[in-house]
Design a binder for this molecule. Structure first.
Ligand SMILES: [Zn+2]
Length: 124
């Protein structure tokens, strides 16, 4: 796994609620967003984005189920035991594969201390 080359990106560890799914990633939390689309609202997701090579599943990949809806461009990955979505799979605008990480599952991150940028996914 490589670190994101620029900026304030640093490494974080995360897991689903039951701990079956474990991962690590490099993220710049200044890029965090709070999206108002139907699924982000329902799940309370606050997200930040990592290129696929800055995201690595350490355990439990076989426990992940995938949910797609609407245009089916984003794979919402959730644990088959606890139901928590640690991340989603998608693409950057330039087509680069990326992970949209649920910041609420990162061990060292207090989402209440962040100021995520609102994103109008409901209208997108
Ligand atoms: Zn779980």
């Amino acid at each position: 796994m490589s670190d994101v080359p620029d900026s304030a990106a640093r490494r974080y560890a995360g897991a689903c609620h039951c701990g079956a799914v474990q991962f690590e990633c490099s993220l710049d939390l200044s890029g965090a967003i709070a999206c108002n689309c139907s699924i982000c609202s329902a799940k309370g997701l606050v997200l930040a984005f990592a290129p696929a090579d800055a995201f690595r599943i350490l355990a439990g990949e076989e426990r992940l189920n995938e949910y797609r809806f609407n245009r089916h461009v984003i794979g919402h990955m959730f644990c088959d035991t606890c139901g928590v979505e640690p991340f989603a799979k998608g693409q950057m605008p330039d087509g680069t594969p990326m992970a949209a990480v649920n910041l609420r599952v990162l061990k060292e991150v207090d989402v209440a201390g962040l100021s995520p940028t609102p994103y109008d996914g409901r209208s997108a």
